[in-house]
Design a protein around this ligand. Structure first.
Ligand code: CAA
Length: 404
């Protein structure tokens, strides 16, 4: 299969890929279109992900995960799953998104208590940051967490909570100090079912339809003290931002998987579909489309891997690389999946063929975990900081006084 030879991948990377590919090809691909139509959570796939130990790929060994856990291996697994089904790809990746705040800011007791069941695949996890009026402006949330004698009581709602209907741990962000500028928000580890925790809407979506995205409401939801992430209030926003840095390469990998899946099918189709007496792959215009698609998918994959390596190494460039990978890979996925539909012509537009699903699944990757407009903002903020390093250029190309 294409995408097999990559001299930059280690034996360990290739082992994770082989394991994920087996699950994707044997179990996910045959049912991907069924769950897209049904819009039901694929518990049969969850069983396989658990059986193959894939949840261990993002949990450190000391908490029941793998000694080779990390963002690069996570991206490799997510790409393979998304190549067979974008929805199932994100349904898996969101467990990492929901667990990263705990790994980044949790106490050792919280990690010991919760992570082993996540690593074993016994506990699904979600991430509750966005609200109806707080999407890109995540800091504008209004859900409130207030201290009382029994711990914390939470009131408010969360929007677009992926896997929220099937998870039993949800990392929920709430305002705990409305007067503070930089310590307004805290994160809570919400284990449920629990009184006061309600699913008020299951969204009817364009893509990733195998995975439930829900709206949550909290009415006097009482939490114990040890639900406060890290045991310290006020750290929520920076934990959310650090989490997104770690998780965005995963969304980017999901996008690469959708793009590769669509390219695979378009290439296969082009070699079989005969028009004007020959397979359309012999037409130069189709060749040019396929060539651009292949180059773009590979460039996106390499940027995703570079971002994942920065994050795994704790590099200061992780924030910029995660945003670049997310933005580039997801825009690529939209372009490539749209081109795949074009190569199939009228058939591509029909639900009988798989490419329109890849296109629908790809669209959300440009939106969630930070729109691509937010990613460009993050990249530009980094570039502006880096601009100081370019001051020496003034010696060669002084900017005229009149232009300053
Ligand atoms: N790591 C750690 N801390 C960070 C950080 C990072 N990468 N980025 C910012 N911070 C800290 C800052 O240092 C600052 O801290 P102090 O107040 O102590 O100085 C604080 O956070 C505020 O930073 P900003 O001033 O940069 O914040 P901002 O309000 O301008 O917002 C933003 C920045 C990048 C736009 C941010 O709001 C953002 O990323 N928005 C998009 C939200 C998003 O991605 N939502 C997706 C939800 S999840 C989802 O979609 C999931 C799903 O279901 C699949």
């Amino acid at each position: 299969m294409s995408g097999s030879a990559d001299p930059n991948l280690s034996t360990v990377n290739l082992e994770w890929r082989a394991r994920a590919r087996e699950v994707a090809e044997k179990y996910v691909r045959p049912v991907a279109w069924k769950y897209d139509r049904l819009q039901e959570y694929p518990w049969e796939i969850q069983k396989r992900l658990k059986e193959y130990g894939l949840f261990k790929v993002f949990v450190p060994k000391e908490y029941g995960g793998s000694e080779t856990s990390g963002v690069l291996n996570l991206c490799i697994v997510v790409e393979e799953l998304a190549r067979a089904c974008g929805g199932i790809g994100v349904g898996f990746a969101v467990n990492a998104l929901g667990s990263f705040p705990l790994m980044i800011g949790g106490t050792d007791e919280q990690k010991q208590r919760l992570l082993p069941s996540v690593a074993a695949g016994d506990r699904l996890v979600a991430f509750g940051l966005s609200e109806r009026n707080a999407g890109s402006d995540a800091g504008g949330m209004v859900t409130r967490g207030e201290k009382n004698d029994s711990g914390w009581v939470v009131n408010g709602h969360k929007k677009w909570n992926t896997n929220g209907a099937v998870a039993t741990l949800n990392t929920i962000f709430a305002v705990t100090d409305p007067e503070s500028k930089s310590r307004r928000i805290s994160a809570f580890l919400v284990e449920y079912p629990r009184d006061g925790f309600h699913i008020v809407k299951v969204e009817d979506k364009m893509g990733i339809r195998a995975i439930p995205v829900v709206e949550l409401e909290f009415r006097n939801m009482q939490l114990p003290d040890d639900a406060l992430l890290g045991g310290r209030p006020g750290m929520g926003f920076s934990h959310a931002m650090a989490t997104l840095d770690k998780a965005r390469p995963g969304v980017a990998a999901q996008a690469v998987g959708c793009a590769q899946g669509a390219l695979d099918f378009a290439l296969h189709y082009a070699t079989k579909r005969v028009q004007f007496g020959e397979p359309i792959v012999s037409k130069q215009m189709v060749q040019a489309m396929l060539a651009d698609m292949a180059a773009q998918v590979e460039a996106a994959r390499q940027l995703v891997h570079a971002a994942a390596r920065h994050i795994d190494a704790g590099s200061p460039k992780g924030n910029k690389f995660a945003a670049m990978a997310k933005c580039f890979a997801t825009d690529t996925a939209m372009r490539v999946t749209t081109e795949a539909v074009q190569i199939l012509g009228g058939y591509g537009f029909m639900r009988d063929y798989p490419v329109e699903k890849y296109m629908r699944d790809a669209k959300i990757t440009q939106i969630y975990e930070g729109t691509n407009q937010v990613q460009r903002m993050v990249i530009a903020r980094n570039l502006i900081k880096e601009a100081a390093e370019l001051d020496s250029l003034a010696a060669y190309f002084p900017i005229p006084e009149s232009a300053r």
